[in-house]
Design a protein around this ligand. Structure first.
Ligand code: BG6
Length: 361
């Protein structure tokens, strides 16, 4: 049932205040500023023993894993990185006993991710699953994990599972951090930030008309560039992915810092840029990048926490803690892709050539 929405995709985007609240429910401890994740099946000693975290997933799950890796590095100070599960399983990875492996899947049935988990298990790897579908193949194969509780996701392009996965990673990072070096004060800051998310998402959803108008304006371009630095980069990648998947507009995502090392050659009046610019310690660097794009006559749609002279258009979202901002910055880009696809008359919920979950090799 699409709940009166024209498309499942819009329904699922609009559900996010609720789905994020469900991922958080019962998992924040305000007394000790820790996370309760009952399904991890790891004691405190084991939780402290990991020296690395490796995250795997496909498509949007992989991009949410990039946000997850940054959260774990920043909050728990454990080296972490994400890799497409498909690549991981084909390259004969070194499986280490002091690495925590985390597999992400909305459906829990993606074959590439499942095969990677099975390979890890065969080699003695400790694997957690961040999965939406209870009892799915990947959930069963893992040693423990975190369920998203986001409810069924019908539209092929992932939205609510993406934000819930990022939230689950924030909880996991809090959990790993608080049994290591993370202070109670930092723990409290993150707990409070997490609690603010549902209301802030609601606020972003009220901006739909503005974003729709921008999507109509920019959807005519033959292609778009998406840029972001560090925390903004996975957001840019997911924004480009959403646009490609459902509107078939060519989109590239680059780290803003890499622009001058190649893709700046593409920038012209014909290739607008979506710039993800959070108000964090990299703001000045990002604004300089916007100036470089503008000097090449590139139009700029900035998504961030303020307006900037260098940008043609700005979408200003509510600010949270720096580490949690990527979750919120993702949402305007979902709405942007959705309305671009509608404006172009695309089959939004069932884009050509794609399946909701790829259960074959
Ligand atoms: C792709 C879907 O095939 O699988 C994407 O088109 C999705 O939307 C990806 O992100 C991974 O799916 P899952 O179910 O493993 O999260």
């Amino acid at each position: 049932d699409n709940g009166g929405y024209e498309h499942y995709l819009l329904k699922e985007i609009s559900e996010q205040p609720d789905t994020v609240a469900r991922t958080l429910r019962g998992r924040i401890d305000d007394r000790f500023h820790i996370a309760h994740l009952g399904g991890l099946n790891m004691d405190a000693r084991e939780t402290r023993s990991f020296r690395r975290v490796k995250i795997i997933g496909c498509g949007s799950a992989y991009y949410s894993g990039q946000i997850g890796a940054q959260l774990i590095e920043e909050l728990a100070r454990i080296p972490a990185d994400a890799e497409p599960a498909s690549e991981f399983r084909y390259r004969s990875p070194v499986v280490e006993p002091d690495t925590l492996y985390v597999a992400i899947s909305q459906s829990g049935e993606t074959y590439d991710t499942l095969a990677a988990v099975q390979e890890l298990k065969r080699k003695g790897g400790r694997v957690l699953g961040i999965v939406n579908t209870v009892g799915s193949a990947i959930a069963r194969e893992c040693d423990g994990g975190v369920y998203l509780h986001a409810g069924p996701e019908v539209s092929v392009a992932s939205t609510k599972a993406f934000t819930s996965t990022a939230v689950a990673f924030a909880l996991l990072a809090l959990h790993l951090g608080r049994v290591r070096d993370m202070s109670p004060a930092d723990g409290r800051r993150i707990c409070e930030g997490l609690r603010r998310l549902p209301e802030q998402i609601k606020e972003i959803l009220t901006m739909e008309e503005q974003i729709r108008a921008l999507a109509i304006k920019y959807a005519e371009a033959p292609g778009m560039m998406f840029v972001g630095r560090v925390r903004g980069y996975p957001v840019a990648r997911e924004g480009a992915q959403k646009l490609k998947e459902i509107s078939y507009v060519h989109a590239e995502a680059y780290p803003a810092s890499e622009l001058k090392h190649g893709p700046l050659a593409l920038i012209s009046a014909d290739l607008p840029t979506v710039a993800v610019v959070p108000d964090d310690e990299l703001l000045d660097k990002n604004l300089t990048t916007l100036g470089e794009i503008r000097a090449r006559h590139g139009r700029i749609l900035m998504v961030g926490h303020r307006t900037a002279d260098a940008a043609d258009d700005c979408v200003v979202v509510p600010k949270n803690e720096n580490e949690l901002d990527p979750i919120l910055l993702t949402i305007p880009l979902q709405l942007f892709a959705y309305h671009a696809a509608v404006a172009l008359g695309r089959d939004v919920d069932k884009p050509r050539n794609l399946a909701k979950s790829v259960t074959v090799e």
